[in-house]
Unconditional design. Structure first.
Length: 411
């Protein structure tokens, strides 16, 4: 586990924050820095077909030990971190032998990881936890997954006696802003099944995700000097405020929903009197429900145009990803074999839903069944983010068993 910990600490200190305002791919230079490091480490450990391509994606192969005719299993994680909290100057704090209780973060004592809000802490007493210092996110989403896959590859290459078919490694960029697999060539990946390592805690297999769209809302007014504005100035800011106020909150916002309930979530706003731009997430486990939410948004926009004469409001809906569960039926062994890997370790995996999306959502939609597996992520996108080293190592153990289960099957 010390090598796994060293990897993780090394990776999180590279700033790979994604930027949805960037015109480049990947959207931030740090993603290229980490990708280059990962490719070098894969080459050093003896992986084959290692490539850090022009888009920043990292590819590699751990060759089969029991014949190339076996199903090809791929493992994927993303190198970028969320733009919602900075990933610059991450200073991870390692807490060996966690004694229990709340965790006050060292650089900002107002940031406290509370047991009352993190019930899973009660089951991790005596384990090694890694937190932020309170000023940045940690980057466990998804550098826990990156570190686990790297350690899997290293372990398999050190132990050729482990029987398995071909194993493919794929690290993607810009997953946090919806572009993780924009440049993934599935023919090049040549996998029969894939698993994303981008989940929370342990013993969970995510078999459903939200279906997701993005609503880009533009509110246009008429700007003129306020000294002569009477009857002529139309303030887009006021109209935008009315629109935000009319968005339903109870039962249709992330702060009032859980489980299988979807939401409308405005998350950025910028602009002035002449024009305001708002971005709003549309989420629903039932893909058809996205259209219902988009129609509601357009209806509210029309009402606001009437309430603020002279304004024009445009709602552009952009497809993001679809429910992972819609495509997993193509390869039922993807989930069944992950359950078997847990059973061989004396554990029972829980089939769960995830109120978000992964690269696996889009990979599955494109025809490559890709469930999501636990990797010890907790409180992602937040200064209160933390992970557990033992949970990460258990994820590695699951993968070692999983490649052997697939190695016992036929194409």
């Amino acid at each position: 586990m010390s090598r796994l910990l060293d990897r993780f600490l090394r990776y999180v200190q590279i700033d790979t924050t994604a930027s949805d305002s960037s015109s480049t791919y990947p959207s931030s230079p740090g993603q290229l820095v980490l990708g280059k490091l990962l490719a070098e480490e894969l080459q050093q450990m003896g992986a084959k077909d290692v490539e850090h391509d022009s888009h920043g994606l990292v590819w590699a192969t751990v060759p089969a030990t029991n014949g190339k005719s076996k199903p090809v299993v791929a493992f994927n994680a993303h190198v970028d971190t969320s733009p919602e909290t900075t990933g610059k100057n991450v200073r991870p704090q390692v807490l060996p032998n966690y004694a229990g209780g709340d965790i006050v973060l060292p650089a900002d004592h107002t940031k406290v990881i509370k047991v009352a809000e993190n019930a899973e802490l009660t089951g991790l007493i005596g384990k090694t936890l890694i937190t932020t210092d309170g000023t940045t996110l940690l980057g466990s989403d998804d550098k826990s997954g990156v570190a686990v896959i790297m350690e899997l590859a290293n372990h398999l290459l050190e132990h050729p006696e482990i029987s398995h078919g071909p194993v493919r490694v794929l690290f993607t960029c810009d997953e946090e802003i919806g572009h993780g697999i924009d440049h993934v060539d599935l023919k090049k990946l040549a996998a029969d099944v894939c698993y994303t390592l981008d989940g929370g805690g342990h013993d969970e297999i995510d078999t459903e995700t939200f279906s997701a769209d993005l609503a880009a809302i533009t509110v246009r007014g008429v700007n003129i000097h306020p000294s002569i504005g009477k009857g002529r100035l139309v303030n887009a800011l006021r109209a935008a405020g009315t629109l935000l106020e009319r968005l339903p909150r109870e039962g249709m916002s992330p702060e009032t929903t859980d489980g299988r309930l979807g939401f409308l979530h405005p998350y950025t706003i910028e602009g002035g009197v002449a024009e305001v731009k708002i971005k709003c997430l549309l989420r629903d486990f039932d893909t058809a429900g996205l259209a219902v939410k988009a129609d509601l948004l357009r209806k509210l926009a029309q009402e606001v145009e009437t309430a603020h004469p002279g304004t024009r409001i445009e709602v552009q809906v952009i497809k993001q990803y679809r429910n992972l569960g819609d495509g997993l039926a193509q390869e039922p062994r993807a989930v069944a074999f992950a359950q078997e890997a847990h059973r061989r370790l004396g554990r029972q995996a829980k089939l769960s839903i995830i109120r978000g999306g992964t690269d696996g959502s889009q990979l599955t939609e494109r025809g490559l069944p890709t469930p999501n597996l636990s990797t010890g992520e907790h409180n992602p996108h937040s200064p209160l983010e933390w992970t557990c080293l033992e949970e990460m190592d258990f994820a590695r153990q699951v993968l070692v068993e999983l490649v052997q289960v697939w190695g016992e099957s036929s194409k």
